[in-house]
Design a protein around this ligand. Structure first.
Ligand code: GDP
Length: 299
């Protein structure tokens, strides 16, 4: 497997054990389906997605008159790639001089780090990036974004803790436009609890953005860490539909054997994975490509 997929080593072990069992099967029996189901669950593909996958494969096995485990294995790879959809690069506005991206995610998920990684990547590609510290609930969150901003030489617009996130976004858009920035990444809510009204906050922010950047915001991304897995998904799913998510960043793929989580994420949330975080360093972020991801799992 390519070097950059080293983070999948532990998940790959699960998949290769499964591959060996399945490929060595000359007859398609219930045991084969049970083994497959167990392996996919162990890799954290998620119960709902696993049930769907097995059903789909059984149908195909019948319809295509499959006879061997190897045929099932090939079909599984195809289905896994299909589940993930096409690769989905960040959407940059073709109409407005400024692209605005909002990022949400619970504290500790790796939101700030991911924002910094994205900003560094975009800067490296020649964009003039600015960050806005609109997750104003925790002073530490603001400070941390500033530290990252200095480290990667990207300006950060911030206000005092507990300032109105909308006011921060307003300031940031003014500053971005005055300084000729072309990408503004907004560090938004770090709390996704239902009690606190994230929807209201996002609506207010959207209104402000649309006053100055009519086709924005161009991305609304959620950061989810793989080790929290299915639990994080439950929370994300609750409002994924309501707020019009455009993509997911899965972090900490390096610290878990649960690479299968990627399939549960796209299946459950119905939005593409944009990036995968594979470490704590600024370069540890890879654009998500379904084909090579699945290929790496079976390598
Ligand atoms: P936030 O509270 O959501 O903004 O989370 P942070 O960005 O502060 O990240 C929380 C912790 O997770 C920090 O120690 C990060 O270095 C670490 N972290 C973030 N992304 C990754 C990743 O992809 N892999 C690993 N191993 N650690 C990560």
């Amino acid at each position: 497997p390519p070097q950059r997929f080293g983070f999948l080593n532990r998940t790959r072990q699960l998949f290769s054990r499964m591959s060996t069992t399945v490929e060595e099967t000359d007859l398609i029996t219930d045991t084969l389906w049970d083994d497959l189901e167990e392996s996919l669950l162990a890799a954290d593909v998620g119960p709902r997605t696993v049930i769907w996958l097995i059903e789909r494969l059984r149908e195909r096995a019948d319809a295509e008159q499959m006879r061997t485990g190897a045929q099932v294995q090939r079909a599984l790879r195809e289905e896994l790639v299909d589940l993930l959809g096409d690769s989905s690069p960040l959407h940059l506005s073709q109409r407005s001089p400024l692209t605005v991206m909002l990022v949400i995610g619970v504290n500790g998920s790796g939101k700030t780090t991911s924002i910094a990684k994205m900003a560094a990547r975009l800067s490296h590609e020649g964009h003039k990036v600015m960050l806005a510290a609109a997750d104003t609930f925790r002073a530490a969150a603001i400070d941390q974004l500033k530290v990252w901003g200095e480290r990667i030489s990207v300006p950060v617009i911030s206000q005092q803790p507990n300032a109105d996130p909308g006011a921060v976004v307003y300031d940031a858009i003014q500053a971005a436009q005055a300084r000729g920035s072309d990408v503004l990444i907004v560090d938004t809510a770090g709390r996704l609890q239902t009690k606190y009204n994230l929807m209201e906050e996002l609506k207010k922010i959207n209104k402000i953005i649309q006053r100055f950047v009519p086709d924005g915001p161009h991305e609304l991304l959620i950061v989810i860490d793989a080790p929290t897995g299915q639990n994080a998904l439950l929370q994300a799913r609750k409002f994924a539909e309501d707020i019009g998510l455009t993509g997911v960043i899965i972090t900490k793929m390096d610290s878990t054997a649960k690479g299968g989580f990627a399939f549960a994420v796209t299946d459950d949330l119905g939005v593409p994975i944009k990036f995968i975080g594979t470490g704590e360093k600024v370069e540890d972020l890879i654009p998500f490509d379904p084909q090579s991801f699945v290929a790496a799992l079976f390598a």
